[in-house]
Design a protein around this ligand. Structure first.
Ligand code: MV4
Length: 504
């Protein structure tokens, strides 16, 4: 059984995983790029090793170097987090071949769900409903696709088999548009995944995007932890997630039916660890398997908030060969949770990424509030990685309380130095459609405008001036951050001195 874990990731998720390891008494090893020398995950881990220059390709995607470091430092397992190498079958296999435990599913399960056409066929064989579309797998030629399209009917979607997340996806309204859009989809898929293969699905209009969290151990136990509503996105970037889904609401029968199907899908690929089954639901409440994400997800905390389970700890326990310590009957959704992804981007300027130094950051706290972040005052937001700087997760006994608490927390949140999408979240949380739970995957793009939502609002330069003064004052007398040390450092003063010198 391993007692030391290498975390092959950065940012908030690396910190999240280190925290789970700490609580389990497991030693932690961080890896970092030159841009992340003073990042939180580096400071929180017991050991940290440099991977290389800032670009991911030369650092966090260097699977060979990461495995090398893991072996040399005596780690017994590796947690990939999300993104980067998390869903790469070849990497998972290389980790196992190096004698390390991969904290995630088997390479064969990653492969079976990674190709979306193969996944469709696999789950269909297990009796799981998928959206009508092309059947089978393997590459389809243009002439074959053009021949099948009218049989499926329009509107339809061209999707990349290597895809997921909307890349290489094209909506087609007419057969006449097929050839052009087919080429465009193939080109985009080729550029993004090095694989231009595509398949077709009938478009489900006004769909809701609901996903089920599952956990599966190596002793044939598969359970689901209920759903998350993920329909609030913009250009396939999720911005806000909640659990439960307001669309499923009190419909416990449908929830349990979908949960059972999610477990079935996991069993179909002999899945172990935490995973997510994505479904589309149409207005008539028909649901269809969309894809499976074979990793820990960004939005896992909303499920943790309502179930009281620690999904990362469960992943580690499963990788240690232990049994799930809850049964399906023991899992309950209690209350409501909302997660806002706080991104360094400008909601007033087409969500353009915002880079620079975080001059000040004051996260909200208090009852029912959780903030997962990898940044701190002085941290430099670089253009090399995604723009997620923090996740705000608020829990309430009811959806209403969760919304009010999220509004309160967003109001408390102060981030200076970079632009963030906090005003976007505030506008969403005040929009009648969101409050009523009546939003689908097109809401942000088609029905929501932050400028319209904020029309008529007063600008308060006096408040801005007072805030600027307070921040300047604070910076002048900033207290040292005192962290209790274990055996590995002698003095808090020494540590703080080093810290201050690093950020001068
Ligand atoms: C769909 C769909 C409707 N019908 N498939 C988007 C990302 C990937 N996971 C699958 N996605 C979708 N697949 C069928 N057959 C709707 C989505 C979808 C979506 C589409 C357009 C704009 C925003 C969207 C947000 C979530 C899901």
């Amino acid at each position: 059984m391993f007692t030391k874990v290498l975390i092959a990731n950065r940012g908030e998720i690396a910190v999240r995983i280190i925290r789970a390891c700490r609580e389990l008494g497991i030693e932690t090893v961080a890896v970092f790029s030159e841009a992340d020398r003073s990042a939180l995950h580096v400071r929180y881990a017991d050991e940290a090793y440099l991977l290389g220059p800032a670009p991911s390709r030369e650092s966090y995607l260097r699977g060979d170097r990461i495995i090398d470091i893991a072996r040399k430092c005596g780690a017994g397992a590796l947690h990939p987090g999300y993104g980067f190498l998390a869903e790469r079958e070849d990497f998972a296999r290389a980790v196992e071949e190096a004698g390390l435990a991969f904290i995630g599913p088997k390479p064969s399960a990653i492969a079976a769900m990674g190709d979306k056409a193969v996944a469709r066929r696999t789950v269909t064989a297990a009796g799981i409903p998928v959206v009508p579309g092309t059947e089978g797998e393997g590459s389809l030629r243009d002439d074959e696709i053009l021949a099948i399209a009218p049989q499926i009917g329009f509107p339809l979607l061209i999707k990349a088999t290597a895809g997921g997340g909307g890349k290489g996806m094209r909506e087609v309204a007419l057969q006449a548009d097929m050839p052009g859009l087919l080429q465009a989809a193939r080109r985009e898929a080729e550029a993004a995944f090095g694989d231009g293969n595509v398949y077709l699905e009938k478009l489900v209009p006004n769909a809701r995007h609901i996903e089920f969290q599952i956990l599966a151990d190596e002793h044939d136990n598969v359970i689901h932890l209920g759903e998350r509503e993920c329909s609030l996105q913009r250009r396939h970037q999720k911005l806000l997630e909640e659990a439960p889904s307001p669309f499923l609401g009190e419909d416990e029968e449908l929830r349990q039916r979908m949960g059972a199907v999610a477990c079935q899908a996991a069993r179909a690929v002999d899945y172990h660890s935490a995973g997510t089954i994505e479904f589309l639901i149409d207005k008539e409440r028909n649901f269809y398997f969309l894809e499976m994400n074979t990793r820990l997800q960004v939005e896992h905390p909303v499920t943790e908030a309502v179930t009281g389970l620690d999904i990362v700890k469960e992943q580690i326990r499963i990788a240690r060969g232990r049994k799930l310590h809850v049964t399906q009957e023991e899992v309950h959704q209690n209350g409501w949770a909302i997660e806002c992804r706080i991104n360094a981007e400008d909601p007033y300027n087409d969500f353009l990424p915002s880079v620079g130094r975080i001059a000040q950051i004051i996260p909200p706290t208090g009852p029912g509030v959780r903030v997962d972040t990898g940044v701190y005052p002085g941290f430099e937001i670089s253009p090399y990685y995604d723009s997620l700087i923090s996740k705000l997760i608020c829990w309430g006994e009811t959806r209403g309380e969760a919304i009010l608490r999220t509004r309160r927390a967003l109001e408390e949140y102060r981030i200076l130095g970079v632009r963030t999408n906090i005003p976007f979240h505030q506008s969403i949380l005040e929009s009648p459609r969101f409050m009523a739970g009546q939003y689908d995957t097109r809401f942000v793009e088609e029905r929501f405008s932050i400028d319209a939502a904020e029309e008529g609002k007063v600008v308060r330069p006096d408040i801005a001036a007072i805030l600027a003064t307070l921040v300047a004052h604070r910076q002048g007398q900033q207290a040292s951050q005192i962290v209790r040390r274990g055996e590995r450092d002698t003095s808090n003063w020494k540590w703080v001195g080093r810290w201050e010198r690093m950020h001068r």
